[in-house]
Design a protein around this ligand. Sequence first.
Ligand code: ZN
Length: 239
Amino acid sequence: GWVDRAAGTVVDHPLLGWRDVPARTVLRARTGLPVHVDGHARALADGERLFGRGARGGRSALHLFAGNIVDAAFATHDEVHHGPRSQAGAIAHLPLAGGAEPCACGRTGCLQAELSERTLCRRAREAGVCDGRDPLHVVDAAAAGHPVAARLLRERARMAGRAVGLLTDVLNPESVIVTEIGVIHRPDCLAALRGELDPARAATVTPTSFPESVLAVAGGAVALDVLYRDPLSVSPERI
Ligand SMILES: [Zn+2]
């Protein structure tokens, strides 16, 4: 959801029903350790910047994350943009062309409603592909040759491509990183996403560098970014 790094709070996570949750304070009290928090898309953008394949050396990069929550991050000059209250990247309700999914906000075709893994799982359940509890089961079904599963994943990747198109029109990054389950596991999904973009832009799109460890890398990158920028700031001598 929307995480304010400076305040250490989860400002809004509609799926969990969280508002202004003081995550940093709570975790610090529980662990007795220094705690840093950030939004998932920005944390993964930092991970790419620090350890990824393509986004190093100060080049500008867009990261699109499509899980249950969908958000984006933009990095340039070795810095992920946060903006006031770390609100940058809140793209949940951008309208997607061709989207038909109703959104909690009352409109249809909002980016998050369309791309959420919950939507993928529901469609897979309705189509009899799987029980619809885990998006990886849809990927497994597609790998086992289920044509509807593969089609659902390609459709989602196409919509992700439209989202990338919207965002790159505004930000014009040198590279685009996408964390989306179909694009991570299936070349046809990556091709479907790229097919929504002009060829020059499509060539700049790659899946996440961390397909097997997205959550762990995101958490680690938040802490390591702080450490690498100012190693002495975490020294016990300074506390
Ligand atoms: Zn909406």
